[in-house]
Design a protein around this ligand. Structure first.
Ligand code: CXF
Ligand code: ZN
Length: 369
């Protein structure tokens, strides 16, 4: 079948809109008509060659759409079901068996190698192989092939075109707070970085009943927006020492901190801002081999904790429908983060994400902006 897709052909270059051929779904695969897909920072990092995903490739890993066809072995969904496509996982390793698929032992190959397990791809352009299955989907396209491990059925009464970001960026921030840190009612929480992940964390901290929610960023506009979403305090590091300010706000330090930047200096400051027995989550990916430096005695003697978090430690089959219920009750207004673009403007969507004009772009396959 012919599809339309945005192909990454050269590092740092624009995605090129092309007509491609997509395979029929295999017995264990599902063909999804993509309605819309979010743009995540990881798509941009991979386009820029910072991870070893082969080119040419169709990126995109926050797809939402309608099941069009299923292979003979598929039981989880049927044609017509509304779905989002999330990260891929193997299903057989100890983490997957324990319903912790974001810590799948094969997370990296399953999500970044952009091939099936047997090395084949589902996309081609004439005789040319185009890599597919990025995060088990390659959703910068009108159609995508995924499998039962990374498809999540969503209610028909939810606004499908809005739901894609729940599959990665929003799940990452909200899950860090709700699943990994388990922020408590009446507690203090700070997030370092107010992109889509950090702002999702702010909304989730409010859902948890945290009574002190501090947003830290150098962008004053984002800080003002964080307040609209539930932050009780905002701090701009260009105005003074953040740890000192947090101590003044909390008295004895934070119960929970979350770093979204991946920067060693920021992580060090986040940990220094913790109260004894406080926990800091980290989820931003920095360059491979980057190291973190901490004040050892401060970290050790207060029984503080530092936790790596991937994809919000979520089990997407239960977590994404839960976020949808919170959204539908007005408790998690993640729609405030998004701006829609037509597929033809996908490079503009990426540029607006990079410049910070748009917090979370969503690319619609039909119907324009
Ligand atoms: C990624 C972020 C970096 C670590 C692996 C998972 N998530 C998707 O964007
Ligand atoms: Zn992502």
């Amino acid at each position: 079948m012919k599809i339309r897709a945005a192909v990454a052909r050269e590092t740092h270059g624009p995605l090129s809109l092309e007509s491609l051929e997509i395979d029929d779904p295999r017995a264990d695969e599902i063909l999804v008509r993509v309605v819309a897909t979010g743009v995540c920072h990881t798509d941009i990092v991979v386009r820029d060659g910072m991870l070893p995903t082969p080119l040419p490739v169709v990126l995109g890993h926050e797809g939402a759409g309608v099941v069009e066809r299923v292979g003979s072995a598929v039981t989880k969904v049927v044609p017509g079901d509304h779905v989002v496509m999330t990260f891929a996982s193997c299903g057989g390793c100890p983490s997957c068996q324990d319903h912790a698929p974001s810590y799948c032992h094969a997370f990296f190959p399953k999500n970044f190698f952009a091939v099936r397990g047997d090395g084949s791809t589902a996309l081609s352009s004439g005789d040319e192989v185009i890599h597919s299955h990025f995060f088990g989907q390659s959703s910068f396209a009108t159609h995508a092939i995924c499998d039962q491990r990374n498809i999540v059925k969503v209610p028909q009464d939810a606004p499908l075109e809005l739901l894609g970001p729940l599959a990665c960026g929003v799940q990452t921030g909200a899950g860090a707070v709700l699943n990994a840190l388990r922020v408590g009612a009446g507690s203090s929480f700070a997030v370092f970085g107010t992109g889509s992940v950090g702002l999702s964390a702010v909304m989730a901290a409010r859902v948890c009943g945290a009574t002190t929610i501090v947003a830290v960023d150098m962008n004053n506009e984002r800080l003002a927006f964080a307040k609209e979403l539930g932050a009780t305090h905002t701090l701009n590091p260009t105005n003074g020492d953040v740890t000192e300010a947090i101590m003044a706000i909390t008295g004895h330090g934070l119960d929970y901190a979350l770093d979204t930047t991946g920067l060693s200096q920021v992580i060090k400051g986040a940990v220094l801002s913790l109260a004894p027995r406080g926990s800091c989550g980290i989820l931003g990916a920095s360059a491979p081999g980057s190291e973190i430096v901490l004040d050892e005695v401060h970290f050790m003697s207060g029984g503080r904790r530092l936790i790596g978090i991937v994809e919000g430690e979520a089990n997407p089959d239960t977590f994404i429908p839960m976020l949808i219920r919170l959204y539908q009750q007005g408790l998690f207004p993640f729609d405030k983060l998004v701006k829609f673009y037509p597929l033809e403007q996908i490079n503009q969507a990426i540029a607006d994400s990079e410049s910070g004009i748009t917090i979370k772009p969503i690319v619609r396959m039909e119907g324009g902006s």
